[in-house]
Design a binder for this molecule. Sequence first.
Ligand SMILES: NC(=O)C1=CN([C@@H]2O[C@H](COP(=O)(O)OP(=O)(O)OC[C@H]3O[C@@H](n4cnc5c(N)ncnc54)[C@H](O)[C@@H]3O)[C@@H](O)[C@H]2O)C=CC1
Ligand SMILES: O=C(CO)COP(=O)(O)O
Length: 341
Amino acid sequence: MKISILGAGAWGTALAVQAAARHEVLLWARSPSAAAEMQASRRNSYLPETELPAALQISADLPQAMAHAAEGLIIIATPMAALREMLGQLPAGSRCLWLCKGFEAGSGLLGHEIARELQPQSGKALRVGILSGPSFAQEVAADQPTALVAASEDEALAQAAVNIFHSERLRIYTSNDPVGVEVGGAVKNVMAIAVGIADGLRLAAEAKGPVGSAPGLNARAALITRGLAEMLRLGLALGARSETFMGLSGMGDLVLTATGDLSRNRRVGLMLAQGLPLAQILVDLGHVAEGVYSAPTVLARARAKGVDMPITEAVVAVLEGRLSPAAAVDLLMGRRARAEH
Ligand SMILES: NC(=O)C1=CN([C@@H]2O[C@H](COP(=O)(O)OP(=O)(O)OC[C@H]3O[C@@H](n4cnc5c(N)ncnc54)[C@H](O)[C@@H]3O)[C@@H](O)[C@H]2O)C=CC1
Ligand SMILES: O=C(CO)COP(=O)(O)O
Protein backbone atom coordinates (compact mmCIF):
# COMPACT_ATOMS: atom_id res chain seq x y z
CA MET A 1 0.00 0.00 0.00
CA LYS A 2 1.25 3.50 -0.84
CA ILE A 3 0.84 5.91 2.08
CA SER A 4 1.64 9.61 2.26
CA ILE A 5 1.91 11.25 5.66
CA LEU A 6 1.46 15.02 5.49
CA GLY A 7 3.23 16.70 8.39
CA ALA A 8 6.63 15.68 9.76
CA GLY A 9 6.20 16.47 13.43
CA ALA A 10 6.61 13.91 16.21
CA TRP A 11 3.41 11.97 15.55
CA GLY A 12 3.51 11.90 11.73
CA THR A 13 7.13 10.76 11.88
CA ALA A 14 6.43 8.02 14.46
CA LEU A 15 3.59 6.59 12.40
CA ALA A 16 5.69 6.85 9.23
CA VAL A 17 8.46 4.84 10.90
CA GLN A 18 5.95 2.18 12.01
CA ALA A 19 4.26 1.94 8.63
CA ALA A 20 7.47 1.96 6.58
CA ALA A 21 8.23 -1.60 7.73
CA ARG A 22 5.29 -2.91 5.67
CA HIS A 23 4.27 -0.20 3.20
CA GLU A 24 5.68 2.32 0.70
CA VAL A 25 5.57 5.42 2.87
CA LEU A 26 6.32 9.03 1.91
CA LEU A 27 6.66 11.60 4.70
CA TRP A 28 5.93 15.19 3.61
CA ALA A 29 7.49 18.12 5.48
CA ARG A 30 6.36 21.64 4.60
CA SER A 31 9.87 23.02 4.98
CA PRO A 32 12.28 22.05 2.16
CA SER A 33 15.27 22.62 4.46
CA ALA A 34 13.78 20.33 7.15
CA ALA A 35 13.15 17.66 4.50
CA ALA A 36 16.72 17.95 3.22
CA GLU A 37 18.09 17.74 6.75
CA MET A 38 16.00 14.62 7.47
CA GLN A 39 17.13 13.09 4.20
CA ALA A 40 20.80 13.69 5.01
CA SER A 41 20.80 12.75 8.71
CA ARG A 42 17.94 10.17 8.71
CA ARG A 43 16.77 11.91 11.89
CA ASN A 44 13.99 14.38 12.63
CA SER A 45 14.51 17.00 15.33
CA TYR A 46 10.85 16.57 16.40
CA LEU A 47 11.60 12.92 17.28
CA PRO A 48 15.36 12.95 17.80
CA GLU A 49 15.88 9.47 19.29
CA THR A 50 14.44 7.70 16.26
CA GLU A 51 16.40 6.66 13.20
CA LEU A 52 14.38 7.02 10.01
CA PRO A 53 14.38 3.75 8.05
CA ALA A 54 16.10 3.80 4.67
CA ALA A 55 12.85 2.81 2.92
CA LEU A 56 11.01 5.90 4.18
CA GLN A 57 10.74 8.52 1.41
CA ILE A 58 10.97 12.15 2.48
CA SER A 59 9.75 15.08 0.42
CA ALA A 60 8.72 18.72 0.69
CA ASP A 61 6.79 18.50 -2.60
CA LEU A 62 3.07 18.40 -1.75
CA PRO A 63 1.79 17.46 -5.26
CA GLN A 64 4.30 14.59 -5.27
CA ALA A 65 3.03 13.43 -1.86
CA MET A 66 -0.58 13.60 -3.02
CA ALA A 67 0.24 11.69 -6.22
CA HIS A 68 2.20 9.02 -4.33
CA ALA A 69 -0.90 7.94 -2.39
CA ALA A 70 -3.53 8.67 -5.06
CA GLU A 71 -4.63 5.03 -4.95
CA GLY A 72 -3.56 4.45 -1.35
CA LEU A 73 -4.03 6.34 1.90
CA ILE A 74 -3.23 9.94 2.83
CA ILE A 75 -2.65 10.70 6.49
CA ILE A 76 -2.82 14.30 7.69
CA ALA A 77 -0.47 14.68 10.65
CA THR A 78 -0.25 18.45 10.90
CA PRO A 79 -1.60 20.44 13.84
CA MET A 80 -5.35 21.10 13.73
CA ALA A 81 -4.65 24.61 12.42
CA ALA A 82 -3.54 23.19 9.05
CA LEU A 83 -6.19 20.48 8.62
CA ARG A 84 -8.53 22.63 6.51
CA GLU A 85 -5.69 23.66 4.18
CA MET A 86 -4.58 20.04 3.74
CA LEU A 87 -8.11 18.67 3.21
CA GLY A 88 -8.73 21.39 0.65
CA GLN A 89 -5.82 20.15 -1.47
CA LEU A 90 -6.70 16.46 -1.53
CA PRO A 91 -7.33 15.03 -4.99
CA ALA A 92 -10.91 13.94 -5.74
CA GLY A 93 -11.78 10.53 -4.33
CA SER A 94 -8.84 10.41 -1.89
CA ARG A 95 -8.93 8.17 1.14
CA CYS A 96 -7.73 10.19 4.11
CA LEU A 97 -7.33 9.83 7.86
CA TRP A 98 -6.18 12.66 10.10
CA LEU A 99 -4.33 12.46 13.40
CA CYS A 100 -4.94 15.99 14.72
CA LYS A 101 -6.85 16.38 17.96
CA GLY A 102 -8.79 19.54 18.53
CA PHE A 103 -11.41 22.04 17.47
CA GLU A 104 -10.40 24.47 14.74
CA ALA A 105 -9.72 27.88 16.28
CA GLY A 106 -12.02 30.50 14.83
CA SER A 107 -14.65 28.27 13.24
CA GLY A 108 -14.86 26.03 16.33
CA LEU A 109 -15.31 22.99 14.07
CA LEU A 110 -14.12 19.42 14.54
CA GLY A 111 -12.22 17.76 11.71
CA HIS A 112 -15.17 15.83 10.31
CA GLU A 113 -17.21 19.05 10.29
CA ILE A 114 -14.49 20.83 8.32
CA ALA A 115 -14.39 17.92 5.86
CA ARG A 116 -18.17 18.07 5.48
CA GLU A 117 -18.00 21.82 4.87
CA LEU A 118 -15.38 21.33 2.14
CA GLN A 119 -17.11 18.46 0.33
CA PRO A 120 -19.86 20.40 -1.49
CA GLN A 121 -17.56 23.35 -2.29
CA SER A 122 -15.04 21.23 -4.14
CA GLY A 123 -17.42 18.59 -5.45
CA LYS A 124 -14.87 15.94 -4.42
CA ALA A 125 -16.11 12.76 -2.87
CA LEU A 126 -13.48 12.44 -0.16
CA ARG A 127 -13.46 9.36 2.06
CA VAL A 128 -12.38 10.54 5.48
CA GLY A 129 -11.86 9.44 9.07
CA ILE A 130 -9.82 9.91 12.19
CA LEU A 131 -7.07 7.85 13.80
CA SER A 132 -6.98 8.62 17.52
CA GLY A 133 -6.36 7.12 20.96
CA PRO A 134 -3.71 7.06 23.69
CA SER A 135 -0.44 7.21 21.79
CA PHE A 136 2.69 9.10 22.68
CA ALA A 137 4.73 9.38 19.48
CA GLN A 138 7.99 8.41 21.20
CA GLU A 139 6.49 5.09 22.36
CA VAL A 140 5.01 4.23 18.97
CA ALA A 141 8.33 5.01 17.29
CA ALA A 142 10.06 2.74 19.82
CA ASP A 143 7.65 -0.10 18.94
CA GLN A 144 6.05 -0.10 22.38
CA PRO A 145 2.55 -1.66 22.55
CA THR A 146 -0.18 0.84 21.66
CA ALA A 147 -3.90 0.67 20.82
CA LEU A 148 -5.65 3.16 18.55
CA VAL A 149 -9.13 3.62 17.15
CA ALA A 150 -9.96 4.42 13.51
CA ALA A 151 -13.29 6.21 13.30
CA SER A 152 -15.29 6.93 10.19
CA GLU A 153 -18.86 6.88 8.92
CA ASP A 154 -17.27 4.95 6.04
CA GLU A 155 -16.92 1.47 7.50
CA ALA A 156 -14.62 0.31 4.70
CA LEU A 157 -12.20 3.16 5.41
CA ALA A 158 -11.98 2.32 9.14
CA GLN A 159 -11.39 -1.30 8.16
CA ALA A 160 -8.67 -0.21 5.72
CA ALA A 161 -6.87 1.46 8.64
CA VAL A 162 -6.91 -1.88 10.45
CA ASN A 163 -5.57 -3.73 7.41
CA ILE A 164 -2.81 -1.17 6.98
CA PHE A 165 -1.63 -0.54 10.55
CA HIS A 166 -2.74 -3.42 12.78
CA SER A 167 0.26 -5.41 14.02
CA GLU A 168 1.57 -7.16 17.15
CA ARG A 169 2.67 -3.77 18.51
CA LEU A 170 -0.14 -1.55 17.22
CA ARG A 171 -3.74 -2.67 17.75
CA ILE A 172 -6.31 -0.78 15.68
CA TYR A 173 -9.94 -0.85 16.75
CA THR A 174 -12.73 0.60 14.62
CA SER A 175 -15.56 2.98 15.47
CA ASN A 176 -18.42 4.51 13.51
CA ASP A 177 -18.69 7.43 15.95
CA PRO A 178 -16.30 10.08 14.56
CA VAL A 179 -18.03 12.79 16.62
CA GLY A 180 -17.31 10.99 19.88
CA VAL A 181 -13.76 10.12 18.92
CA GLU A 182 -12.99 13.73 17.93
CA VAL A 183 -14.63 15.28 20.99
CA GLY A 184 -12.58 12.92 23.20
CA GLY A 185 -9.30 13.84 21.49
CA ALA A 186 -10.01 17.57 21.74
CA VAL A 187 -11.31 17.75 25.30
CA LYS A 188 -8.67 15.48 26.85
CA ASN A 189 -6.01 18.02 25.88
CA VAL A 190 -7.80 20.71 27.88
CA MET A 191 -8.13 18.36 30.86
CA ALA A 192 -4.43 17.48 30.63
CA ILE A 193 -3.64 21.18 31.07
CA ALA A 194 -5.95 21.26 34.12
CA VAL A 195 -4.31 18.21 35.72
CA GLY A 196 -0.87 19.60 34.90
CA ILE A 197 -1.77 22.81 36.72
CA ALA A 198 -2.95 20.89 39.81
CA ASP A 199 0.08 18.57 39.82
CA GLY A 200 2.38 21.56 39.29
CA LEU A 201 0.93 23.31 42.32
CA ARG A 202 1.52 20.17 44.38
CA LEU A 203 5.13 19.86 43.21
CA ALA A 204 5.75 23.51 44.00
CA ALA A 205 4.28 23.07 47.49
CA GLU A 206 6.36 19.93 48.10
CA ALA A 207 9.51 21.77 47.12
CA LYS A 208 8.79 24.43 49.74
CA GLY A 209 8.21 21.98 52.62
CA PRO A 210 5.06 20.62 54.27
CA VAL A 211 2.41 20.28 51.56
CA GLY A 212 -0.45 21.99 53.38
CA SER A 213 -3.64 22.26 51.34
CA ALA A 214 -2.08 22.08 47.86
CA PRO A 215 -3.84 19.73 45.39
CA GLY A 216 -2.74 16.12 45.83
CA LEU A 217 -3.47 12.77 44.23
CA ASN A 218 -7.13 12.99 45.29
CA ALA A 219 -7.45 16.21 43.33
CA ARG A 220 -5.87 14.58 40.28
CA ALA A 221 -8.38 11.71 40.33
CA ALA A 222 -11.24 14.16 40.84
CA LEU A 223 -10.14 16.31 37.89
CA ILE A 224 -9.79 13.32 35.57
CA THR A 225 -13.21 11.96 36.54
CA ARG A 226 -15.01 15.29 36.36
CA GLY A 227 -13.10 16.03 33.14
CA LEU A 228 -14.51 12.85 31.67
CA ALA A 229 -18.00 14.01 32.74
CA GLU A 230 -17.46 17.32 30.88
CA MET A 231 -16.21 15.48 27.80
CA LEU A 232 -19.25 13.20 27.87
CA ARG A 233 -21.72 16.06 28.31
CA LEU A 234 -20.30 18.00 25.37
CA GLY A 235 -20.06 14.87 23.24
CA LEU A 236 -23.67 13.89 23.82
CA ALA A 237 -24.80 17.44 23.00
CA LEU A 238 -22.90 17.23 19.71
CA GLY A 239 -24.41 13.88 18.77
CA ALA A 240 -21.79 11.39 20.00
CA ARG A 241 -22.51 8.06 21.66
CA SER A 242 -21.75 7.72 25.38
CA GLU A 243 -19.87 4.41 25.11
CA THR A 244 -17.23 6.06 22.90
CA PHE A 245 -16.07 8.08 25.92
CA MET A 246 -15.32 4.90 27.88
CA GLY A 247 -12.99 3.82 25.06
CA LEU A 248 -9.49 4.54 23.80
CA SER A 249 -10.17 8.02 22.41
CA GLY A 250 -12.05 9.10 25.56
CA MET A 251 -11.03 7.74 28.93
CA GLY A 252 -7.94 6.04 27.49
CA ASP A 253 -6.41 9.18 26.03
CA LEU A 254 -7.57 11.31 28.95
CA VAL A 255 -5.73 9.12 31.47
CA LEU A 256 -2.60 8.94 29.33
CA THR A 257 -2.38 12.63 28.60
CA ALA A 258 -3.39 13.87 32.04
CA THR A 259 -0.87 11.66 33.87
CA GLY A 260 1.99 11.04 31.43
CA ASP A 261 4.84 13.52 31.52
CA LEU A 262 5.43 13.01 27.79
CA SER A 263 2.25 15.02 27.20
CA ARG A 264 2.88 18.53 25.93
CA ASN A 265 -0.55 19.67 27.19
CA ARG A 266 0.19 18.36 30.68
CA ARG A 267 3.58 20.09 30.55
CA VAL A 268 1.87 23.39 29.68
CA GLY A 269 -0.17 23.01 32.89
CA LEU A 270 2.90 22.12 34.95
CA MET A 271 4.72 25.21 33.68
CA LEU A 272 1.70 27.50 34.21
CA ALA A 273 1.70 26.36 37.84
CA GLN A 274 5.33 27.50 38.08
CA GLY A 275 4.14 30.96 37.08
CA LEU A 276 5.76 30.98 33.63
CA PRO A 277 4.04 33.14 30.99
CA LEU A 278 2.14 31.19 28.33
CA ALA A 279 4.03 32.77 25.43
CA GLN A 280 7.34 31.58 26.88
CA ILE A 281 5.93 28.11 27.63
CA LEU A 282 4.88 27.66 24.01
CA VAL A 283 8.33 28.66 22.76
CA ASP A 284 10.10 26.37 25.25
CA LEU A 285 7.82 23.44 24.34
CA GLY A 286 8.83 23.51 20.67
CA HIS A 287 5.82 21.35 19.79
CA VAL A 288 2.12 22.02 19.41
CA ALA A 289 -0.08 21.82 22.54
CA GLU A 290 -3.53 21.66 20.96
CA GLY A 291 -5.40 22.20 24.24
CA VAL A 292 -4.17 25.80 24.36
CA TYR A 293 -5.89 26.57 21.05
CA SER A 294 -8.93 24.32 21.54
CA ALA A 295 -9.88 25.35 25.08
CA PRO A 296 -11.73 28.56 24.07
CA THR A 297 -13.56 26.76 21.24
CA VAL A 298 -14.50 23.84 23.51
CA LEU A 299 -16.01 26.40 25.86
CA ALA A 300 -17.77 28.32 23.08
CA ARG A 301 -19.38 25.18 21.67
CA ALA A 302 -20.36 24.04 25.16
CA ARG A 303 -22.00 27.41 25.89
CA ALA A 304 -23.83 27.35 22.56
CA LYS A 305 -25.31 24.00 23.57
CA GLY A 306 -26.00 25.02 27.18
CA VAL A 307 -23.42 22.51 28.48
CA ASP A 308 -21.72 23.22 31.81
CA MET A 309 -17.91 22.76 31.63
CA PRO A 310 -16.41 24.34 34.75
CA ILE A 311 -12.94 22.78 34.44
CA THR A 312 -12.67 23.97 30.85
CA GLU A 313 -13.85 27.40 31.93
CA ALA A 314 -11.13 27.55 34.61
CA VAL A 315 -8.44 26.43 32.13
CA VAL A 316 -9.50 29.14 29.66
CA ALA A 317 -9.37 31.76 32.41
CA VAL A 318 -5.84 30.67 33.39
CA LEU A 319 -4.66 30.59 29.75
CA GLU A 320 -6.06 34.10 29.22
CA GLY A 321 -4.35 35.32 32.40
CA ARG A 322 -7.66 36.17 34.10
CA LEU A 323 -7.13 33.66 36.92
CA SER A 324 -4.03 32.37 38.69
CA PRO A 325 -3.52 28.57 38.79
CA ALA A 326 -4.13 28.53 42.57
CA ALA A 327 -7.29 30.63 42.24
CA ALA A 328 -8.56 28.25 39.55
CA VAL A 329 -8.29 25.30 41.94
CA ASP A 330 -10.05 27.30 44.68
CA LEU A 331 -12.80 28.27 42.25
CA LEU A 332 -13.43 24.63 41.27
CA MET A 333 -13.44 23.49 44.90
CA GLY A 334 -15.77 26.31 45.90
CA ARG A 335 -18.57 25.34 43.51
CA ARG A 336 -21.93 24.59 45.07
CA ALA A 337 -22.67 20.95 45.89
CA ARG A 338 -24.60 19.03 43.21
CA ALA A 339 -25.52 15.52 42.11
CA GLU A 340 -22.62 13.67 40.48
CA HIS A 341 -24.31 13.30 37.05
N1 LIG B 1 2.85 13.73 19.49
C1 LIG B 1 1.96 12.83 19.85
O1 LIG B 1 2.27 11.93 20.65
C2 LIG B 1 0.58 12.85 19.27
C3 LIG B 1 0.08 13.95 18.57
N2 LIG B 1 -1.19 13.93 18.11
C4 LIG B 1 -1.75 15.05 17.35
O2 LIG B 1 -1.11 15.12 16.08
C5 LIG B 1 -1.03 16.48 15.63
C6 LIG B 1 0.42 16.80 15.28
O3 LIG B 1 1.16 16.65 16.50
P1 LIG B 1 2.73 16.45 16.54
O4 LIG B 1 3.23 15.74 15.35
O5 LIG B 1 3.05 15.86 17.84
O6 LIG B 1 3.20 17.98 16.50
P2 LIG B 1 4.68 18.58 16.52
O7 LIG B 1 4.58 19.86 17.25
O8 LIG B 1 5.66 17.56 16.94
O9 LIG B 1 4.93 18.89 14.98
C7 LIG B 1 4.07 19.68 14.23
C8 LIG B 1 4.50 19.56 12.77
O10 LIG B 1 3.52 20.20 11.95
C9 LIG B 1 4.19 21.09 11.07
N3 LIG B 1 3.27 22.16 10.77
C10 LIG B 1 2.87 23.16 11.58
N4 LIG B 1 2.02 23.96 10.91
C11 LIG B 1 1.89 23.44 9.68
C12 LIG B 1 1.19 23.83 8.52
N5 LIG B 1 0.45 24.93 8.51
N6 LIG B 1 1.25 23.06 7.41
C13 LIG B 1 2.00 21.94 7.44
N7 LIG B 1 2.71 21.53 8.49
C14 LIG B 1 2.66 22.28 9.59
C15 LIG B 1 5.44 21.53 11.84
O11 LIG B 1 6.40 22.00 10.93
C16 LIG B 1 5.84 20.21 12.48
O12 LIG B 1 6.55 19.42 11.58
C17 LIG B 1 -1.59 17.34 16.77
O13 LIG B 1 -2.92 17.65 16.49
C18 LIG B 1 -1.51 16.41 18.00
O14 LIG B 1 -2.52 16.70 18.92
C19 LIG B 1 -1.99 12.86 18.26
C20 LIG B 1 -1.54 11.74 18.93
C21 LIG B 1 -0.22 11.66 19.48
O1 LIG C 1 -2.45 12.96 22.03
C1 LIG C 1 -1.47 12.57 22.62
C2 LIG C 1 -1.36 11.22 23.17
O2 LIG C 1 -2.42 10.41 22.80
C3 LIG C 1 -0.32 13.48 22.82
O3 LIG C 1 -0.66 14.38 23.80
P1 LIG C 1 0.08 15.78 23.88
O4 LIG C 1 -0.28 16.52 22.61
O5 LIG C 1 -0.43 16.43 25.11
O6 LIG C 1 1.55 15.49 23.94
